[in-house]
Design a protein around this ligand. Structure first.
Ligand SMILES: [Ca+2]
Length: 270
């Protein structure tokens, strides 16, 4: 008799448990899509370095004591190795005029570069800049970084794509949400300590994205970084994030900016 009662209770509790599970899951999904960013950051300038004012910066990476930069615009696109302290270009490869260079990342001993609307990416030998390989993708090409296992790409939409680092095949796409809404114009990228830092095109903001959920966890406000007297009336938008993981230095610049900044993030109240 006792045994029968236990069985009956179990029978009735399964649908109940399933209902609770579904409700909890729905609450979780709603929360992750609508939760507010955790933090707002301002900045403190630690160092200012010269930057080529003719470089239409589309990709920026720090490696082995140098900056590696991709520049855009037809006829002015390149990949270049740049001395941090002087801004001097010590090595350059100019793209054919028809290509508009975009994001770059360094994966193992290779530099990978996107182009804007040609649907073509290039792979170079990191040391010699010798072109090694091409690959294609369906979207526009904007920003590029990697998490050690996958290449992470933006295309101007509100999604980031994860690619296989060897075949460049699309593995997944993650939509980016800010305060419950899709965040468009995700541009230059840098993977830093498990998060994707992304310039948001046309703004002074860097969004710090959780690559698993697409949630913007923090916003970095870089308003006023380039002083009016340094703009020469011809600078374009903030773009370019690089990180020196060894010395924990964060670098940012912009398209046609005469300066590149090492900054420290300062927490601000929302
Ligand atoms: Ca970058």
């Amino acid at each position: 008799m006792k045994k029968k009662v236990v069985k009956k209770r179990l029978y009735f509790s399964i649908p109940l448990l399933l209902t609770i599970l579904i409700v909890v899951l729905m609450i979780y999904i709603v929360n992750t899509r609508t939760s507010k960013p955790q933090e707002l950051y301002g900045y403190q300038v630690i160092n200012t370095f010269p930057h080529d004012p003719n470089a239409f910066t589309q990709g920026l990476v720090y490696a082995d004591g140098f900056l590696y930069e991709s520049t855009g615009l037809e006829g002015r696109s390149s990949i270049r190795k740049v001395e941090l302290e002087t801004g001097k270009v010590v090595q350059i490869y100019n793209l054919p005029d028809k290509y508009f260079g975009e994001g770059i990342t360094i994966f193992e001993d290779k530099i990978i570069q996107l182009t804007y609307q040609s649907h073509v990416g290039f792979v170079y030998n990191k040391t010699t800049f010798e072109p090694l390989q091409q690959f294609s993708y369906r979207t526009e090409g904007w920003g590029l970084t990697h998490n050690g296992k996958q290449i992470i790409m933006s295309d101007g939409s509100a999604s980031i794509s994860f690619l296989d680092p060897n075949s460049f095949e699309l593995i997944s796409r993650v939509p980016v949400y800010y305060k419950g809404s899709l965040l468009r114009y995700v541009n230059e990228l840098e993977y830093i300590n498990g998060k994707v830092f992304a310039n948001i095109w046309g703004s002074d903001y860097i969004a710090v994205i959780d690559p698993h959920t697409g949630q913007v966890k923090s916003i970095i406000d870089l308003k006023g970084l380039l002083k009016t007297q340094d703009t020469n009336g011809k600078v374009d938008v903030l773009n370019g994030i690089a990180y020196d993981a060894v010395n924990k230095r964060l670098f940012v610049t912009g398209k046609l900016w005469p300066k590149l900044f090492e900054i420290k993030l300062i927490s601000k109240k929302m």
